[in-house]
Design a protein around this ligand. Structure first.
Ligand SMILES: [Fe+2]
Length: 235
């Protein structure tokens, strides 16, 4: 609730205030605000029907809007350590050579706060709230659960919609596919309209390479920027 209130407080601010915090201001990873209809956001299309704010450990906390300060002080560290324990548990089960070391040395976390206002379905050209994509992450974790509208597709299978749930949801992103040469595929997903038009919030934690580092993994050697560019070139 603290995070939801913090994000809502930010969204209630005048446009001129919100636009001080666009991604260009941070110039770090994906950090920053993207507004609905924005053409140059690196984490959403201009047809996507949401406002998002990406927070992370990669920028100074003071650089983020003051509306998020209480959340950073009270909850960030605790949430990240819970998420790390979930991810480490999964990494042990996956049994991918070098992945544990890579995770320990090269991975940090960002959080995408997403707000989908009430919009009539006819407004969208493709009738989606968020277009089909895979995430940039090693894993994406919805630690607070998920509201209705989340639809995913496993390879060569029909898409499936999830019901709203308070359970933790975790799935692989493109980084796991990249590092395992496709052994573990990133999960394709989107957000559909579902049921009555109502506003929707979601909070997705991503484990991603720390910006501006060199990565060595099982004989591969690449920079995190190379990885981000490879990911962005998928779209
Ligand atoms: Fe996503």
């Amino acid at each position: 609730m603290l995070l939801k209130h913090s994000f809502s407080d930010f969204l209630k601010q005048p446009e001129v205030y919100r636009k001080q915090f666009l991604q260009a201001y941070f110039n770090t990873g994906f950090d920053g605000y993207s507004y609905m209809g924005q053409k140059d956001s690196s984490n959403q299309y201009d047809t996507d029907l949401l406002h998002s704010f990406v927070l992370s450990e990669f920028s100074e906390t003071e650089k983020f809007p003051s509306e998020f300060r209480g959340f950073f002080n009270a909850e960030w560290t605790n949430l990240i350590s819970k998420i790390e324990s979930i991810e480490l548990n999964l990494i042990q089960k996956l049994n991918v050579d070098g992945l544990l070391e890579f995770y320990g040395n090269s991975v940090g976390h960002m959080l995408s706060c997403n707000y989908y206002p009430v919009v009539e379905k006819t407004v969208s050209t493709d009738a989606l709230r968020l277009s089909k994509h895979i995430d940039v992450s090693l894993f994406t974790v919805f630690v607070f659960g998920i509201d209705e509208g989340f639809v995913f597709q496993k390879e060569h299978q029909k898409s499936e919609a999830l019901f709203a749930s308070d359970d933790v949801l975790i799935f692989p992103g493109y980084l796991l596919e990249y590092l395992t040469n496709g052994k573990y595929k990133a999960l394709e997903h989107q957000v559909d309209f579902s049921g009555m038009p109502k506003e929707r919030f979601s909070f997705a934690f991503f484990s991603i390479p720390k910006p501006d580092i060199n990565i060595e993994f099982q004989g591969l050697n690449f920079s995190s920027e190379t990885y981000f560019n490879d990911y962005l070139s998928l779209f």
